[in-house]
Design a protein. Structure first.
Length: 123
């Protein structure tokens, strides 16, 4: 499971809500949920109120990767989604690797084994 936690770089209130959103994600999702934090509207740099360093710092504190993007101008949108998919795939692969030894310890049946013959009766 993955989340894109996005805030508006031109709106301090949306940035201030990130901590609460992160807490909700951690509270209500699976333990291995992957999160990328995104500062949106990077095309509006002249109206920016949240510096990139502040966004990056919070992302680091929360343990999230950080990107800046613009949905309107299609800047880094694809990269964010592709990175999230990559992170999820890596975590799923790690989970399969951890679970695989337990599965291999169970009794196996060879496909060449023949089932026991039942006595045949004629009518």
């Amino acid at each position: 499971m993955g989340f894109i936690l996005m805030y508006d770089i031109t709106n301090e209130e949306s940035f201030n809500a990130v901590q609460d959103w992160a807490t909700q994600i951690k509270t209500y999702s699976w333990d291995n949920a992957q999160v990328i934090m995104v500062g949106n509207k990077c095309d509006m740099d002249e109206e920016r109120v949240v510096p990139p360093e502040k966004g990056k710092h919070l992302a680091d504190q929360l343990g999230f990767e950080y990107y800046e993007a613009s949905a309107k101008e299609n800047i880094n949108v694809r990269q964010v989604f592709e990175r999230l998919v990559d992170i999820i795939c890596v975590k799923m692969s790690e989970r399969v690797d951890v679970e695989a030894p337990a599965a291999s310890s169970s009794k196996t049946t060879r496909l060449t084994d023949k089932p026991a013959q039942l006595p045949q009766k004629c009518c």
